[in-house]
Write a protein that binds this ligand. Structure first.
Ligand SMILES: [Zn+2]
Length: 188
C-alpha cells in the first residue's frame, strides 16, 4: 500500500515536527522537515530540540547532532479539515471500495460523473475498485443500480486520524514513537 509518510531514505534524517503542545503538527501527511530546515529553525530560535539522531553535522564554527524531534515554540492552530489528497481520500474510505467493500485494485469514482457536471470534491469522489468503476461507467449510482455503503463527506482532521490508527506508516524513527498515537499502548 502506498503511504506518503513512508520515509524512503531514513538516512536523510528528517525531523518530526511537534506543535507547542507536543502533539504532531500534522498526521496526514506526517509533519517531517528535512534536517536542513530543522537546523535552520533551531538557529532562528523557533523550535526546541526534543530528541536527536546520533549523526552530527559539522561546519568550521559549530557541530551539532541532527534533531530527530523538534517542537515549535509558538502554538499553531491545527486546521479542522485535512487536505484533499488521493491518500486522504482512500483513508477516509478505509482503503475499501465504497460499492462492494473490496480492498483491491482501488481507483476513484466520480459519484455524479464529470460529464454530468460532477466535481472533484470530497463530497463527489468515492473509493471504488476497478471492476465497480467499470461497471458503473459514466452513470450515477442510481442509473447503474449501485449503492454506496457510506455517502462521501468531507472528513474532519479528527475523523481522518481515527481512521488512520489502522494504517500506520511503515517506517518511524524510534525517537518519534513517544509522540505519535500509532503507539499501540495508547489503544489498550
Ligand atoms: Zn467494488
Amino acid at each position: 500500500m502506498y503511504h506518503p509518510d513512508v520515509i524512503r531514505h531514513p538516512e536523510s534524517c528528517p525531523a518530526l515536527v511537534l506543535n507547542a503542545d507536543y502533539t504532531p503538527l500534522s498526521y496526514y501527511p506526517l509533519s517531517l522537515w528535512p534536517w536542513q530546515t530543522a537546523i535552520k529553525a533551531v538557529f532562528l530560535d523557533r523550535v526546541d530540540i526534543v530528541s536527536t539522531y546520533e549523526r552530527e553535522v559539522h561546519s568550521p564554527s559549530f557541530q551539532m547532532k541532527i534533531p530527530s524531534v523538534i517542537a515549535l515554540k509558538q502554538y499553531v492552530r491545527p486546521s479542522a479539515y485535512p487536505a484533499f489528497t488521493r491518500f486522504n481520500l482512500f483513508l477516509r474510505d478505509r482503503f475499501t471500495c465504497q460499492y462492494c467493500g473490496s480492498p483491491h485494485d482501488l481507483t476513484f469514482d466520480h459519484v455524479v460523473p464529470r460529464r454530468a457536471g460532477g466535481r472533484t470534491t470530497w463530497e463527489n469522489v468515492a473509493t471504488a475498485c476497478s471492476p465497480c468503476n467499470l461497471r458503473k461507467g459514466g452513470r450515477t449510482p442510481k442509473e447503474a443500480h449501485m449503492k454506496l455503503t457510506v455517502p462521501p463527506i468531507r472528513p474532519t482532521t479528527w475523523q481522518l486520524q481515527e481512521h488512520g490508527r489502522a494504517f500506520p506508516p511503515n517506517h518511524l524513527h524510534d525517537s518519534w514513537h513517544d509522540w505519535l498515537y500509532w503507539d499501540v499502548e495508547l489503544l489498550a
